[in-house]
Design a protein around this ligand. Structure first.
Ligand SMILES: CC(=O)N[C@H]1[C@@H](OP(=O)(O)OP(=O)(O)OC[C@H]2O[C@@H](n3ccc(=O)[nH]c3=O)[C@H](O)[C@@H]2O)O[C@H](CO)[C@@H](O)[C@@H]1O
Ligand SMILES: C=C(OP(=O)(O)O)C(=O)O
Length: 421
């Protein structure tokens, strides 16, 4: 099992190119199942979750071609199985995203139930209830969702809670349904918007993109001609490197990103004392060598502060001036990083879904363990300022969502290396 060893104490500086967004690439690769003609998808990040998705599509008989620049051509005309098996779903919950496309185009899907994970129970009831309302026949047996439909029927769906992959599954299903579907209280995350643009590029008729009411007029077929689509840049990767630079008092310029998708995050960094400058596709952060001020925030669906940046801001608060209060409202168990940060000397008290962080003068290195993707990022960020060398174990979590993290941080001047046991 690989580990990262990070020696703290360097101010990060320099420029970095941000990769494509994991959470847009996963639904878009699933959506290629809807296309009659082969589809080319570009700006795909090098991530373990992408390899898992390719394996999942490959096992269904889908033909995939990857070039050296990570453009992936997907041809689903050779599909011969409609199953997402447990051994893949258990490593990547987003495998549930094949459910909507398989059902809509092929009338059949067998997808292992994702189950809970470190950050919460994460049920998929809203996905299933929506599909049933569209006429699907669904039963759950032996840990599998078995779904069948002749042709899905458009209807009005009012989601009881904002769900990102739930909105995406229902959106993909609705593109080939008969008639009009409206999805109310839809997720507005930029990754949902990117998926909607991709579907429209394949011939879908979706309006209301970027709002919480999506209106989808079903069509008979999608992707009658081949298209090429580039995935939007990763706002969470961008935010993570901004926080990494901020905690070290550094100055970085992140290129190939979308500043307008990060307002909630950059506002908090400005509050922490950062000077933020933006251009059409770049963000620069300059802390002028200063320590951050403690930040209080509350996670909520987009455009509010993203839960996927909560752990990184807790790391920032560990050495900040003052007390920061961080409330997690999306997932019930997303504070696993706190106990590991304690091992490095952080002062954080947990009260229900709130973490009260009092900045300490210094963190010290300790062996720590990654428990989930963003928790891992927070440990790496803390290690960048800890005295001594910190060993972060179980970094397969980080490889799910951060493209070449040690190379990118090295490029910014950090002392970090990967070791294999
Ligand atoms: C691959 C991907 O895009 N993952 C993102 C996606 O996860 P994901 O789509 O799994 O998260 P959701 O938006 O669905 O979850 C939001 C909340 O709704 C609940 N819920 C969801 C569906 C459902 O059927 N029933 C239900 O109760 C969840 O337990 C959670 O409490 O959005 C999360 C919230 O922004 C992000 O942290 C994840 O990075
Ligand atoms: C929680 C995340 O991913 P997933 O939904 O794939 O577990 C994440 O990207 O932070």
């Amino acid at each position: 099992m690989d580990k990262l060893i990070i020696t703290g104490g360097t101010q990060l500086s320099g420029e970095l190119r941000i990769s494509g967004a994991k959470n847009a690439a996963l639904p878009i690769l699933a959506a290629t199942l809807l296309s009659e003609a082969p589809v080319r998808v570009g700006n795909i990040p090098h991530l373990h979750d992408i390899t898992t998705t390719m394996e999942l599509l490959g096992r269904m008989g889908v033909h995939l071609l990857v070039d050296e620049r990570m453009n992936i051509e997907v041809d689903s005309s050779t599909i011969n199985s409609f199953e997402a098996p447990y051994e893949l779903v258990k490593t990547m919950r987003a495998s549930i995203l094949v459910l909507g496309p398989l059902l809509a185009r092929f009338g059949e899907a067998h997808v292992s139930l994702p189950g809970g994970c470190a950050i919460g129970t994460r049920p998929v009831d809203i996905h299933l209830n929506g599909l049933m309302k569209m006429g699907a026949d669904i039963n759950v047996e032996g840990g599998y969702i078995n779904a069948k439909a002749t042709r899905l029927k458009g209807c009005r769906l009012v989601l009881p809670q904002v769900t990102v992959t739930g909105t995406e599954n229902l959106l993909m299903a609705a593109t080939l349904a008969e008639g009009i579907t409206t999805i109310e209280n839809a997720a507005k995350e930029p990754e949902v918007t990117d998926l909607a643009h991709f579907l429209n590029a394949m011939g879908a008729k979706i309006s209301g993109i970027g709002t919480d009411v999506l209106v989808i007029e079903g069509v008979d077929k999608l992707g009658l001609t081949s298209i090429h689509y580039d995935i939007l840049p990763d706002r969470i990767e961008t935010g993570t490197y901004l926080v990494a630079a901020a905690i070290t008092g550094g100055k970085v310029k992140l290129k190939n990103t979308r500043p307008e998708t990060l307002d909630a995050v950059t506002d908090k960094l400005i509050e922490a004392g950062a000077e933020i400058t933006t251009g059409p596709d770049w963000i620069q952060l300059d802390m002028h060598g200063n320590k951050p001020k403690a930040i209080s925030l509350r996670t909520a669906p987009y455009p509010a502060f993203p839960t996927d940046m909560q752990a990184q801001f807790i790391a920032l608060n560990t050495i900040a001036e003052g007390v920061g209060i961080i409330t997690e409202t999306i997932f019930e168990n997303r504070f696993m990083h706190v106990q590991e940060l304690h091992r490095m000397g952080a002062d954080i008290k947990l009260e229900s879904n709130t973490a009260i962080c009092t900045g300490v003068k210094r963190l010290t290195s300790a062996p720590v363990m990654a428990t989930d993707l963003r928790a891992s990022a927070s440990l790496v960020i803390a290690a960048l300022v800890a005295e001594g060398s910190t060993m972060v174990d179980r970094i397969y979590h980080i490889d799910r969502g951060y493209d070449h993290i040690e190379e990118k941080l090295t490029q910014l001047g950090a002392t970090i290396r990967r070791v294999a046991r």
